[in-house]
Design a binder for this molecule. Structure first.
Ligand code: SIN
Length: 328
C-alpha cells in the first residue's frame, strides 16, 4: 500500500479509524480467513458475522445463488454461539491487533440484551446491532421494518451495552421510508447507522422448477444493489445528519467507496467483493485515497456528505484548498 497523500482517518462516533474501509458482516467470518491475504490490522476494521446467543446451524441448503451482478444468500445466521465466539474469534481478533466491530443478532429483544451483557467487558470498538437479517423464520423478526420494534431493540441494547462502546443499528432497504426508521433508532440511542443489509430476493431453478434456495427467499448483495444502497445513505444522511453512517452495498473499487462517502458515509464496508477478490478491502483503501487526491480533497472527512453541497459551496471549498495564505 502506498503512503496516503490524503488524510483518510475517520471516526464512527467515538471509534477512531486510521482509514475508512472495513469488512461487511457475514462475508469474512471473523476475519481470520482474510489473514493469509493481508494483515487484518491494516483495515479500518473487521465487522464480524452476526453472532447469536446459542450455536446455530442456519437454513437448509442450497444457501447461495448467483444473480446478475450479485448473489443471493440464505444462510440463516449460522454461527458458533457467543461463548465460542468470545473464546476463539474475538480473542484472535484482539491478538491480531484488528479493530473490531461485533455484530449481534437476536430472535427477540431479550436475546439482543443478553448478547450486549455477555459482550460488555469484551475487547471491541463498536457493536453493530443487526436488526435487519432477511433470513429469519418470520418477517416480524426483521425489526428494522418497523420503527417501534427497531426502537425497542436499540433502546434496550443501549441500556445493556458498555456505555464506552458505540452502537450502530443495521438497517434494511426493504422499507417505505428509511429516513423515518433512521430517526427512530437515533432517538432510541443509536450512535450511528450501518446500511444497507441485503434486499429480499428470489431465484427459481429452471431445472427443478422450484426456488433455488433451500430457504426459498434470500438476501441480494453485490454491485446490483449499489444504487439502492447509495440512495439509502443519501436519504439517511439527510434524515439524521448528525449521525455517522457506515455505508455498504456492492462496493468493489475506490470509486464506488468514494460515492458512498460523498453521499454521507463516514466509512464503508466491503462484502460480496471479497468472495472473488479477498484483497479487495485493502486495495480499496489505496484506491480511495488516490480518488480523493485526484479530486483535490485534503482529507476524507471533508468529503463526507460533499454531494449534498451546492455547486457554489463545493467551489468555495476547493478555492480555499488552493488559496495562498496572506503574507507568504
Ligand atoms: C444470514 O446469516 O442469513 C445473513 C445475515 C444478514 O443478512 O443479516
Amino acid at each position: 500500500m502506498g503512503t496516503p497523500t490524503v488524510d483518510i482517518s475517520t471516526s464512527l462516533a467515538s471509534f477512531e479509524l486510521p482509514n475508512p474501509v472495513l469488512t461487511a458482516s457475514g462475508c469474512a467470518a471473523a476475519g481470520r480467513e482474510l489473514s493469509p491475504f493481508f494483515d487484518v490490522a491494516e483495515l479500518g476494521g473487521i465487522v464480524t458475522k452476526s453472532i447469536m446467543m446459542k450455536p446455530r446451524s442456519g437454513r437448509s441448503t442450497p444457501r447461495m445463488a448467483e444473480t446478475p451482478s450479485g448473489m443471493l444468500n440464505s444462510i440463516g445466521l449460522q454461527g458458533p454461539g457467543v461463548d465460542s465466539f468470545i473464546e476463539h474469534d474475538l480473542k484472535w481478533l484482539h491478538e491480531s491487533g484488528a479493530r473490531t466491530v461485533v455484530s449481534i443478532a437476536g430472535h427477540n429483544t431479550d436475546e439482543f440484551v443478553a448478547l450486549a451483557r455477555r459482550l460488555y467487558d469484551q475487547p471491541m470498538d463498536l457493536l453493530e446491532v443487526n436488526i435487519s437479517c432477511p433470513n429469519v423464520e418470520n418477517r416480524g423478526q426483521v425489526f428494522a421494518c418497523d420503527a417501534i420494534a427497531a426502537t425497542r431493540v436499540i433502546s434496550a441494547v443501549r441500556r445493556a451495552a458498555n456505555p464506552n462502546v458505540p452502537i450502530f443499528a443495521k438497517l434494511t432497504p426493504d422499507v417505505t421510508d428509511i429516513g423515518y426508521i433512521a430517526r427512530a433508532v437515533a432517538e432510541a440511542g443509536a450512535d450511528g447507522i450501518s446500511l444497507i443489509n441485503t434486499l429480499l430476493g428470489l431465484v427459481i431453478d429452471l431445472d427443478t422448477l422450484r426456488p433455488a434456495l433451500g430457504g426459498v427467499t434470500g438476501g441480494l448483495s453485490g454491485p446490483a444493489i449499489r444504487p439502492v444502497a447509495l440512495r439509502c445513505v443519501w436519504q439517511v444522511h439527510q434524515a439524521v445528519p448528525h449521525l455517522p453512517l457506515l455505508g455498504m452495498g456492492g462496493i468493489k473499487t475506490g470509486k464506488d467507496a468514494l460515492q458512498f462517502i460523498l453521499a454521507g458515509a463516514s466509512a464503508v464496508s466491503v462484502g460480496t467483493a471479497v468472495f472473488h477478490d479477498p484483497t479487495a478491502p485493502i486495495r480499496i483503501i489505496a484506491e480511495l485515497s488516490d480518488e480523493l487526491a485526484a479530486r483535490g480533497f485534503s482529507s476524507l472527512r471533508d468529503a463526507i456528505g460533499f454531494a449534498h453541497l451546492s455547486s457554489e459551496q463545493q467551489a468555495a471549498y476547493f478555492a480555499a484548498q488552493t488559496a495562498v495564505p496572506v503574507g507568504r
